[in-house]
Design a protein around this ligand. Structure first.
Ligand code: C2E
Ligand code: MG
Ligand code: MG
Ligand code: MG
Length: 283
C-alpha cells in the first residue's frame, strides 16, 4: 500500500503532470491580464416565465477569448481565477459590464450575474455592488446575483452578512445549482432567497430517470411551501419543457428556449419576447 502510494507520488510528478501544472500557472498569469487586454466578453441567456411565456431576464455568462488558445470556457478558467485571486477583478468587471449593458437595453429586463464564493466572503462586496449600480445607472431592482452554497459553507457569518447588505441595496439573490451542495436545506433556512435554480443535471437526466423527476418535483414542492419561485436550468427538449409546465415550475432557462448569445441590444430581434425560434413552444 505504502509502495503504491509512493508509486502514485512518483507518477504525480512525471513530466506530463508538470506540464499541466505549468500550463495552469501560465493561464493564471494570462488571466490576470485578460481584463486589461479586453479579452473577456459576456453572453446572455434568456430566462422565461413558464405560465405567461414572457421573457423575464437574462443570465450573463462570461467568455474568454485567449490570444493563443481561442475561446476558453468559464468552467475551465473560473476555478483557476478563484485559486489565484484574479476572480475579484474579473468578478467586478463582469458585474460592471453586465450592469452597463443592461442599462442600455430598450426593455427593462432583469440581468442575473454569477458571484463566486470567493467574492461572497469579501468584506467590501456590497459596497462594490452599490458603487457599480450608481456608476452604471442600473436600478438595483433589475439586478439579480446568483450564488452557490459553497461560500455559505466556507464562512457562513460573513456570507450571510454580505447577502443581507445586498438585499438592503434592493438586489435579488438566487441560489444557483440547487441540489448539488452539501446542506441545501440549512442554507435555504438561513436566508430569504428570491429564487431557487434547480441544477441542470436533474433536468438533463429527467427524460430517462424517474429519480431525477422525483427530485425536481420535491424541489418544486419545497419552493412552493417556502414561497420561493423555482427556475429550472438546462431545458434542452420539448419533453423537459412539458414536464416543467405540468409540474408548475415558475421559470426556465436552457438551450430549448435560447442559447447564450450577444447582448440583447446588439441583436435586431424584439427584446420583449421569448426568442422567436421557441415562441411557438408557449402557444
Ligand atoms: P451556471 O451559473 O450554472 O450557468 C449555467 C451554465 O449552463 C452555463 O454554462 C450555460 O451555458 C449552461 N447551459 C444553459 N442552458 C443549458 C442547457 O440547456 N444544456 C446544457 N447542457 N447547458 C446549459 P457556461 O456558460 O459554460 O458557464 C459554466 C459555469 O461557469 C456557470 O454555471 C457558472 O458557475 C460559471 N460562470 C459563468 N460565468 C461566470 C461569471 O461571470 N462569474 C462567475 N463567478 N462564474 C461564472
Ligand atoms: Mg448561474
Ligand atoms: Mg447553475
Ligand atoms: Mg454551475
Amino acid at each position: 500500500r505504502a509502495k503504491a502510494q509512493i508509486g502514485e507520488r512518483i507518477c504525480y510528478y512525471e513530466p506530463g503532470m508538470d506540464e499541466i501544472a505549468r500550463a495552469r500557472r501560465q493561464l493564471a498569469n494570462d488571466l490576470r491580464l485578460a481584463v486589461e487586454r479586453d479579452e473577456l466578453v459576456l453572453l446572455y441567456q434568456p430566462q422565461c416565465q413558464l405560465r405567461s411565456g414572457q421573457l423575464s431576464g437574462y443570465e450573463a455568462l462570461v467568455r474568454w477569448h485567449h490570444p493563443l488558445h481561442g475561446l476558453v470556457s468559464p468552467a475551465e478558467f473560473i476555478p483557476i481565477a478563484e485559486e489565484s485571486g484574479a476572480i475579484l477583478q474579473i468578478g467586478e468587471w463582469v458585474l460592471a459590464q453586465a450592469c452597463r449593458e443592461a442599462a442600455t437595453w430598450h426593455s427593462h429586463h432583469r440581468v442575473a450575474v454569477n458571484v463566486s464564493p470567493v467574492q461572497l466572503v469579501q468584506q467590501d462586496l456590497a459596497p462594490m455592488v452599490g458603487r457599480v449600480l450608481t456608476e452604471t445607472g442600473l436600478s438595483a431592482s433589475r439586478l439579480e446575483l446568483e450564488i452557490t452554497e459553497s461560500a455559505i459553507i466556507t464562512d457562513k457569518v460573513r456570507a450571510l452578512n454580505n447577502l443581507r447588505q445586498l438585499k438592503e441595496l434592493g438586489v435579488a439573490i438566487a441560489m444557483d445549482d440547487f441540489g448539488t451542495g452539501y446542506s441545501s436545506l440549512d442554507t435555504l433556512h438561513s436566508f430569504p432567497f428570491d429564487k431557487i435554480k434547480i441544477d441542470k443535471s436533474f433536468l438533463l437526466e429527467s427524460d430517462q430517470n424517474e429519480q431525477a423527476r422525483a427530485i425536481i418535483r420535491a424541489v418544486l414542492a419545497l419552493g412552493s411551501s417556502l414561497r420561493i419561485p423555482v427556475l429550472a436550468e438546462g431545458v434542452e427538449t420539448a419533453s423537459q419543457f412539458e414536464l416543467l409546465i405540468s409540474e408548475g415550475c415558475e421559470e426556465a432557462q436552457g438551450y430549448f428556449l435560447g442559447r447564450p448569445d450577444r447582448a440583447p441590444s446588439l441583436k435586431s430581434e424584439s427584446p420583449d419576447t421569448v426568442p422567436e425560434t421557441r415562441a411557438e413552444a408557449f402557444a
